[in-house]
Design a protein around this ligand. Sequence first.
Ligand SMILES: *Cc1c(COP(=O)(O)O)cnc(C)c1O
Length: 343
Amino acid sequence: MTDASSLGFGYRPTPWRWQAEWRDGSWSEGELLSEPTITLEEGSCALHYGQQCFEGLKAYPSAEGEPRLFRPDQNAARMARSAARLLMPELPEELFLRGVNACVHANRALLPKPGSGGTLYVRPLLIGVGDNLGLRPAPRYLFRVFCSPVGPYFKDGLSGIRLVVSDQDRVAPRGTGSYKVGGNYAGGLLLHKQAKEAGFDELLYLDAYERKWIDEAGSANVFGILPTEPPTFVTPESAAILPSITMKSLLTVAADEGLTVERRKVHVDEIGSFREMGLTGTATVITPVESVTRDGVETTLPGGAPGPITRQIYTALTELQHGRRADPRGWSVSVVDPAAQTV
Ligand SMILES: *Cc1c(COP(=O)(O)O)cnc(C)c1O
């Protein structure tokens, strides 16, 4: 087992990765590989035209130290949707789950200890490869799944960050923002660097058309807590947002915890009414927001970062993810030994 306290959120190669190849109209069986590199044609469409999509999920250690996945069927469905949007071959749910299970099972010795806050982060990716020069879909595709042990995102528990509203846009209103495709991300690197240099931790993007509705952060969805009775958990609705599985789960968890939940357009001025605010995604689960700065004016969230509601839903969700809480919806699933599966 890996000692999670020394781990950050970075790439550490593990002994095994899993790969299947699509050619001539069908997928190969898929196999475990030890080589952490990929050799591909210089004309590959993934390199030139961004014909690439990816996923991110985690294997969480149960109390017994066994890996558990959280709603991996949702990642399979989202990747299939991304693939279809980029004219990549259909990726069956069965193939996706087989790859994820095989990769986690093969590397299970590196799963961080229960209670450490560490997990095995799993990164499935689908890339268009093979010689190509003109702008057309690739002749072959690789579906690869690798994983990396990661520590708790925040070593000292939850801690708050300072957001700044970006004056540039992440994606277009009718573009590819709702798909997890690599092409959406490189453009944000410079903006993120500039925000860091200005003393902020993360960017908040507005809708690119009217520039007054909240979309999301660079790689996490956004929620706010309104001081109603019971408190309201609100998250923006927008066609340009990446549909976060963590957010989808939090909406259910927040309702279970007795909060009112709303998914609707959220005006950026509404931040002034929030008691608490947070970002959410697989990597951090929840990142509490301490303040939001827009046009040089900083608004501090009065309920704390994290505040009590954020803590409550964070605890509820992380216990579910680790299989430590009654799970009537069957969201937490054990990892299957592929060798034990009958074909
Ligand atoms: C992956 C991602 C998220 C978070 O999605 P999860 O399924 O919760 O991990 C949010 N926003 C963007 C832009 C993302 O790429």
